[in-house]
Design a protein around this ligand. Structure first.
Ligand SMILES: *Cc1c(COP(=O)(O)O)cnc(C)c1O
Length: 233
């Protein structure tokens, strides 16, 4: 498990270098450790290395790990695709949901958020490349969705999230990610106070930092490669 400790140290250093290079303060960027398919023991090892924010994609798997880790002061983020029948558990067991891309899901999260909990932090997932197969609201429909979600009680609209189409060239990655940054700026010019750009994964962390990311979601470079999942939840 010291491997995870070493890898987190390396990712933090990489994040720090990426910020330093463009004169950003690395304190502005939250490192979200993406622990999908990894064990509760892996999360515990990362927690011991002072990692506090964890991202999960699959609800059942996440709930099982949460149970095994009760009592640890972890901030749980949901970053996977959302079906309507999963919203209640999300509203009860997570502090953040990054993958909201339609109003119906947001309405359910708002209604089902437990009243004694603080507002659920929401990012709207944007389909930057207009890929038909991908989740995410297209940029043309983002303003209307943001407007409707921002009005819902028990939710706090924090910002935008994207998973751009894979590109190996850093400049091409950055150009794509800058479109998310511009979308956030346009919303803020209309009076929103959005503070979160959830973008940047193991393969495009530097480009994301250059494009203004405030939350990078790193899985592979912290926990190692993932083996394909068999179950489906
Ligand atoms: C798996 C996943 C990540 C982490 O990707 P890595 O390439 O392993 O760092 C980030 N964001 C989302 C939405 C994911 O599903």
């Amino acid at each position: 498990m010291h491997i995870i400790n070493d890898k987190i140290t390396q990712v933090r250093a990489r994040l720090h270098r990426a910020c330093h290079r463009i004169h950003r303060n690395s304190n502005e960027v939250t490192l979200l450790a993406v622990s999908k398919t990894k064990t509760a023991a892996d999360i515990r090892a990362a927690f011991a290395a002072e990692q506090r924010h964890f991202g999960e994609n699959y609800l059942q798997e996440a709930l099982e790990k949460q149970q095994q880790l009760v009592g640890l002061n972890i901030v749980w983020h949901f970053i996977g695709p959302i079906q309507s029948n999963k919203t209640r558990a999300l509203a009860e067991h997570f502090q953040w949901v990054h993958s909201v891309d339609r109003l119906k899901i947001a309405q359910r999260l708002s209604k089902q958020r437990l009243k004694h909990l603080p507002a659920l932090n929401i990012c709207l997932q944007v389909n930057l490349d207009d890929e038909a197969s991908k989740s995410g609201v297209i940029l043309a429909e983002l303003p209307a969705l943001a407007d409707a979600v921002a009005k819902l009680p028990n939710l706090k609209l924090r910002g935008l999230m994207a998973i751009p189409a894979p590109r190996s060239d850093v400049n091409a990655q950055q150009q794509s990610l800058e479109r998310l940054q511009q979308a956030l700026q346009r919303l803020n010019q209309q009076g929103y106070k959005l503070d979160t750009l959830s973008m940047g994964m193991s393969g495009d962390l530097e480009a994301a930092i250059a494009a203004g990311s405030t939350m990078v979601r790193i899985g592979t470079d912290i926990f190692g490669a993932r083996t394909p999942r068999v179950s489906n939840n």
